[in-house]
Structures are given as C-alpha cells and as structure tokens.
Design a protein around this ligand. Structure first.
Ligand code: GAL
Length: 812
C-alpha cells in the first residue's frame, strides 16, 4: 500500500512504471468558424452548429470582396519620405482582414497524458480556451507559440473543446496580414517527463571535411532528481546511423542534458547540396522510456570575415537573396507546402540562394523546405519595435512581448541549417532615437544568449542616423535597405568592414506591360495603373537591379543582397498607393502574384544562375499601331554579346560594357523599330560563336487556350496543388498579349478548383471563383487534390476560343 501511494505520488512527477510515447497530430478538419464576437463562444455549452465548417489552415479574408474602404489608412509613410498624411488605398490588400473571428474544435487524447497545443501562427491577438478556460494569449500573429493544456483537459481525455478568439485591429499592418488560423495547429501528447516544444539545441562547434563535432543539448521537463538516460542516434539523409551515444546524468541543476558526437566525413549542408541529418533521442527515467524526440539538423560552417566576405564551408559566396512576404497570392496567408515548394522551385531556377522572411516569423513549412531544397535564410521578427509605424501595430505589445517573441523564434529555428542570419528588425523608427541602440542591443543580446552561432543584423534605411548615433556600429553585421550609393561610406565608417543589402532594388513592373518612350523614371504613374516591364522604373527611395548586382560583384566587403521582392504580394501597391484604387497588390515582385515570372526574373537569372545559360528577349512583338515607331528590344543574357534581327534585318551586335550599369547587364537596341513579324536575338559566347537564339513573333487573332501544368502527377492527400498556366494563343501558339478576356475553369474527378490569379494589380476578380480575366494573355489557375486517387480533368472555356483541356493523375 505504501509502495502504491509512493508510486502514485511519483507518477505525478515522472512516469513511474508505464512507458509513454510522444504523439503528435494536426487539428485540420471540422473547425467551426464565425466572424464576430458572440458572447460565451469559449464555453462548452455554446452551440456553434450555425457556424461555418472550415479546414485549417484557413484565411477568412481571402474570399473578399475587395473594397476600397477595407482598412483605408490616412498616414504619412515616413520611410518613403512622406511628410504629410495622405489616403492609402489597398495598403493591406483591400481585403476584409479587420475584425474578430472565432474557431472551435474538439480533440481526444489518452487519459493521463501531458498535452501541449502548438500554434504555428494565428492572426492575431489569439486567446486560446480549452474546455471553457483561458489557456493563453499570444498577440503576435506570425509567431509560433505553445501552451501546456494538461490542467484544462477532461479526465477521460475525450472531447476536449479548443476555442480560439482572434482579433485584427484596423491599421495594424502595412501589407496584407491574412486573418484567422492560417497556419497549422498541433496537438502533442507526451508522458509527464518530456522534452518541451523546441527543447533541443544542436550546434556543430567544429566542421571540416574529415569530421564534424556535434553538440546536442536536450531540455527535459519534470525529471525530479531521477537519473536520466538519453540514447541518441545520429542518422544521415538515408536514415543510416552514423554515430550513437548513451549517457546518464541528473538534470537537477536545471541545465539541459548534454551530449557530444563526432560525425566522420560529414555531408556538408549548402544550397547546392542540402544534406540533412537527424538526431533521434530516446529518454529514460529510472530505466523507463518516457519520451522520444527527433531533431533535424545540418552540418555546415558559416563565417563572416571582415573585408573578405561571407564564407559557407570555407567557400566565398554572396547572398543572391530575395525578401518575401508570407502570403501566397490567391491562396492568401493560408499556408500550403505545395505552394511554397512551387515558389522556391521558381526562385531556385533563377539562381536565388537565400530568403529573408520579411518582416516576420515564417511558417515552419517554409523553413523545412529551405533546409531540404537548399536556401539560406535570414529570419526577421519585427517591422516595429517600441515606436509605431502603424497605429495599431506591434509597438502596443513590444515592451511586454518582444523577449518572449524572440525566444520562441530563436528556439524554433536555431537547429535549422538554412538559417544563417537573424535580423532583429526592419526600418524601425527607433534607429534614429538617441537611445535606439539600447533597444537594438537588448534584442541582439537575446539572440546571442539563445544562439551564439549566428550573427545579428537589422534592415536599416536611415543611413545618416545609424552611421552617426552608434546604432549600426553595435550590430554584428550592418544591413542596409536601399541607398546602395551609400554602402561605400558605411563600409568606411563602420567597424564591421562588411555590408549586407538587407533589402534592395524595389524596381516596379507589371508583367508584359511596356511603356514608351523607354526612359529611367522614379515614381512613374500611368492612367492604366501599371508599371513598365522594361525594368527602368523604381520608387523615390529605390533603384534598379543593375546597381545592386554591380555592388556585390565589385566589392569584396559587399556580401550580397535580398531583393525586394521575389514574389508580388497583397497590399502595398506602390506607386499607386495614394488614392490609387483599385490597385491593391504590389508591383515590386520579380515574379507576379500569379507566380508567373516577369522579364526581370531573367535579368537576375542571367547573373545568378551559373548552371545553365540565360537568353530572354523583351518586349512582346504585337504592337498594332506602333508600325514605324522606335520600340526598343532588350536581351537579358548570360552571354556577353548578341545580335538583333527584325524580319531578317540586323540591328547590329551589342556587347556588355561598363559605360553604364545598365550596359553592363543588359543588351539593348534602343533604336529598334516596330514592324509586325519576327524578332530574333542570337547570343554569342566569349569566343564570338553563336551559342543561343530566341525568337518572338507577332501574334495573330486569338484562337485557342493552352494549359501548362507545373506537374503531371499530384499527391492524393487533399493538400497538394497543381499550378496551371492558362494562355490565350493564336493558331500557331503565340501568346496574344493584348487579350484580357474572361476564362472559366472547370475541374472534375479527383481534384477541386482552389484559386486563380492573373498578376494584374488592379484586378478585382475574386481569387476563389472559377473564372478569371486574362492579364495580357495569361493567368494561373490552382487546383487541389482530393483525398482520393484518380484522374483530374481541368478545362478552360472562353467565348470565341477553342477550349483548353488537361488531364492529370492523382495518386498516393
Ligand atoms: C521598404 C520596406 C518594405 C517595403 C519596401 C517597398 O522600405 O522595408 O517593407 O515597404 O520598402 O519598397
């Protein structure tokens, strides 16, 4: 009896006799959702049957409708040099993200287990209730957070109610934030003695080709003063064990359990060889297994050497990066792995090797994909510290929450080999406060405490302030947003002797829109609310891609850049942000909102992609009415020279040269004259030999629809997506670049229509309806698999055209 009582007591502290395994599942289906704030919605007796049933990830605002009055903002954007307030339309996408929403669901767990809920992100100001009791509040809508809900569970573990209240205040963002439970919700059950969420920290203190030292620290909760045994195996990418250790320690001192390993001939992680390892740990208390925990990691060495640059595994490289917001265009903020994978595939093909998660914590799926596909990451938590950019922005929470948010972000992602830099903020107004460096050093110190292995930077735009007030000098690595012409000065004045372009370019363009005459222009605006794809237009604070490319190539201390942005995003429709409705999405993207590359994609590709050559010719060649007029032709090419022929007539050879940064990266025939027919560009290699050619033809009358898919086989998991490029073409297959007609999409079989986008920043077509206007002859439709195998048939119909059809296979 005494033994039993002792055991019962002990069971509360550790697992006495019973082995308990970790289980984790997602709460995806059967959420009940409503907008508004019904009283008592957290309670178990509340009747939610009239609410809508939705699946999570879910973005309540992406279904529209678009409206000028959605989150109108009367502001002066100081970062853009504005001194007087003006009415910003479409700043947050013109979508109804503002308001309150509730989600409710039920879950079962084994009785007597320890249970945590992990939210990958909830937009925003989340209040989580379990069985009617408030379990936690987490204001930052982008951060992941977890809560131990064991005290609130039903005794039998069954039918536990989780209710989440979310609230988005107006003027809380500078871009489309999305709304709702837009990332995954995990239920994690363990024994009482267990590794908490993000409870391991792996570092590789020594890395060489011959061997690497690996250090693993494992936090284990509720061990009491028992002997703790941890057996850890390190597995390579094929799942083969390369080393293992069994250690016994007490963790009464409160420090994590520590183990060290040597991995011989390690496969080093890099963007070109994204090899990963797994540490699989089994935890025993007094001989009884209480938890298992796996940590994925990579072995790689990063060094930032003053005056010499950034080295990965001993090799010099420059960041060929892009900044991205978190939305997935027509899918909104609702995270989807297939969509992220498609984005990264396009970026990889361009030669991009790095992503900045501007200006917030990413979805974990993105970090996992960057580990697996090979992208370096700069993760950034904040757009605001203590001083406001948005009336209802994060500054309201900064004092109380900044450290908690930093700790969650750092512990979540410090084992990921893709992450090579932390950025503590973006263009924070605090950078110009006399005491601003104190806030920066508070945040930098948290990074150093939680992860001493990566340097810390900050995206700074107020160059004069930060060079004179000590702010830039105290960072591990100075990062500048724009002002490329001042990098040299910063290099000279600052002690780090390295400069990173944390945010560059902000060139604006609309896919397949070309404006004449072709001249460099800041803040150019047109009656059609588009920007020219000759890539000569930028904002008052920004510049053209060529300047940043040259900066990195010419200076050892310039360690590369993160272009604003890889993809167009919802919101911030500069230069049509002031009373510019219906513009409601960005024009900065190298790739448009429909995931279709703009011309600029090939400019970057021509410099960044060293694996395969680039030759891309612009503009399109269908210009009725321009006959006889100057219509410049550009080629973006990795070859040093090329010759232009129009209907067989040579316009001469162009050679890349240093007479201007544009002439260095672009081959331009400014004197080309339009006549219908054929434009041919022949590129020549270093020896002057013809190496590639591209032909662009004048399109005839629109004739039929072509559907091009990014894959032929889809996974029947109810989540996989296929991207279909819908093209309106003439009888010979040339895209008709003036065609803007409405096309309907029908999907049958083992898939469902998910969304479409055309990349037109002024388009008010709703993404989720199965019809879309073409924008300059094209748009993208997205189809999602069902949880059933079979064929998916997709058809596109439009008045006056032969229909397009494609059949795909969906399987397990
Ligand atoms: C930067 C800012 C970005 C975006 C960009 C547009 O100043 O950091 O978030 O607003 O300008 O050019």
């Amino acid at each position: 009896m005494r033994i039993l009582r002792w055991c019962l007591l002990f069971v509360l502290m550790t697992n006495c006799l019973q082995a308990q395994d970790r289980k984790e599942f997602l709460l995806e289906k059967n959420w009940q959702f409503t907008q508004g704030d019904p009283s008592g919605a957290m309670g178990t007796a509340f009747d939610d049957k009239n609410w809508k049933t939705v699946s999570v990830p879910h973005d309540w605002a992406i279904y529209g409708p678009f409206d000028r009055s959605n989150d109108l903002q009367e502001v002066a954007v100081k970062q853009n040099g504005e001194t007087a307030a003006s009415t910003k339309t479409g700043r947050t996408g013109g979508l109804p993200y503002v308001g309150i929403g509730w989600y409710r669901n039920h879950f079962d767990v084994p009785a007597g287990t320890t249970v945590s809920l992990l939210f990958d992100g909830a937009m925003s100001e989340a209040r989580v209730y379990v069985n009617g009791k408030e379990a936690c509040f987490w204001p930052n809508g982008y951060n992941s957070f977890s809560v131990d809900v064991t005290p609130y569970l039903n005794a039998d573990g069954k039918n536990n109610l989780v209710a989440v209240r979310l609230e988005n205040k107006p003027q809380s963002s500078r871009w489309y934030s999305g709304a709702g439970l837009y990332r995954n919700v995990h239920v994690i059950t363990t024994g009482r003695a267990h590794v908490p969420v993000w409870g391991t920290y792996i570092t590789t203190p020594f890395v060489s080709d011959a061997y690497a030292a690996v250090n693993l620290k494992t936090s284990i909760d509720n061990t009491g003063d028992a002997d703790v045994k941890v057996i850890t195996e390190i597995l390579d990418a094929k799942g083969v064990r390369v080393v293992s250790k069994e250690n016994v320690q007490k963790v009464t001192h409160g420090k994590p359990f520590e183990q060290n390993f040597i991995v011989n001939q390690p496969a080093l992680w890099s963007p070109e060889s994204p090899d990963l390892y797994t540490a699989r740990s089994v935890i025993y208390i007094n001989g009884v297994q209480t938890d298992t925990y796996t940590t994925r990691f990579g072995i790689r060495d990063i060094r930032f050497i003053a005056d010499k640059g950034f080295f990965l595994n001993g090799k010099l490289r420059k960041f060929q990066g892009v900044c991205n917001h978190h939305d997935l265009g027509p899918l909104g903020a609702a995270v989807n792995t297939a969509a992220l994978r498609y984005q990264l595939t396009l970026l990889k093909e361009m030669g991009c090797d790095a992503i900045r998660t501007s200006h917030n914590m990413p979805a974990p799926e993105l970090v996992t994909l960057c580990n697996e596909m090979g992208f370096m990451m700069m993760i950034e938590p904040f757009d605001e510290w203590d001083i406001a950019k948005c009336e209802n922005g994060y500054h309201r929470f900064f004092a109380e929450w900044a450290e908690k948010d930093m700790v969650n972000m750092l512990r979540h992602y410090r084992n990921d080999p893709s992450v090579v830099l932390w950025s503590i903020g973006n263009e924070v107004p605090t950078q110009c406060s006399p005491d601003g460096y104190k806030v920066a050093s508070f945040l930098q110190d948290i990074c150093h405490r939680e992860d001493p292995t990566r340097p810390v930077t900050c995206g700074m735009d107020q160059v004069s302030c930060v060079l004179s007030n000590g702010f830039a000098a105290m960072l591990d690595l100075p990062g500048f947003n724009y002002r490329v012409h001042r990098y040299g000065e910063a290099y000279g004045k600052l002690p780090q002797n390295l400069v990173l372009g944390t945010e560059t370019s902000s060139t604006v363009s609309s896919r397949s829109v070309y404006k004449f005459p072709v001249v460099r222009k800041a803040d150019a605006k047109y009656t059609d609310h588009q920007s020219s794809s000759y890539d000569f237009e930028y904002c008052s604070w920004s510049n053209l891609p060529d300047e940043d490319l040259a900066m990195a190539e010419d200076n050892e201390w310039s360690i590369g850049q993160f272009v604003w942005t890889g993809f167009d995003y919802l919101g911030e429709p500069s230069p049509y942000d002031v009373e510019g409705w219906p513009n409601h999405s960005s024009m900065f993207g190298i790739i448009d909102l429909a995931s279709i590359p703009k011309d600029r994609y090939y400019l970057y590709r021509s410099v960044w992609n060293k694996k395969s050559p680039t030759l891309h010719v612009l503009p399109h060649w269908t210009w009725p009415g321009r006959e006889g007029q100057e219509t410049p032709v550009f080629a973006y090419s990795s070859y040093p020279s090329a010759e232009l022929f129009i209907n067989g007539k040579s316009y001469g050879k162009r050679f890349k040269n240093d007479s201007s940064t544009q002439n260095r990266y672009r081959l331009m025939w400014m004197n080309a004259v339009y006549e219908p027919g054929e434009v041919k560009v022949v590129a020549y290699d270093e020896k002057g030999k013809a190496a590639a050619e591209q032909v662009v033809r004048t399109a005839g009358k629109a004739h039929h629809i072509v559907l091009e898919t990014n894959k032929e086989v889809v996974t029947a998991d109810g989540k996989d997506l296929v991207y279909i490029r819908v093209k309106i073409v003439d009888k010979d297959g040339n895209v008709c670049p003036a065609d803007q007609r409405l096309v309907s999409i029908s999907v049958s079989g083992a898939g469902t229509y998910r969304a479409a986008a055309n990349g037109d920043p002024t388009s008010l077509d709703l993404f989720h309806l199965p019809r879309m206007h073409a924008f300059n002859g094209e748009f993208t439709a997205i189809v999602q698999s069902k949880e059933q195998a079979g064929n998916i048939t997709i058809e596109a119909l439009a008045r006056g055209l032969a229909a397009g059809k494609v059949v795909l296979k969906s399987g397990f």
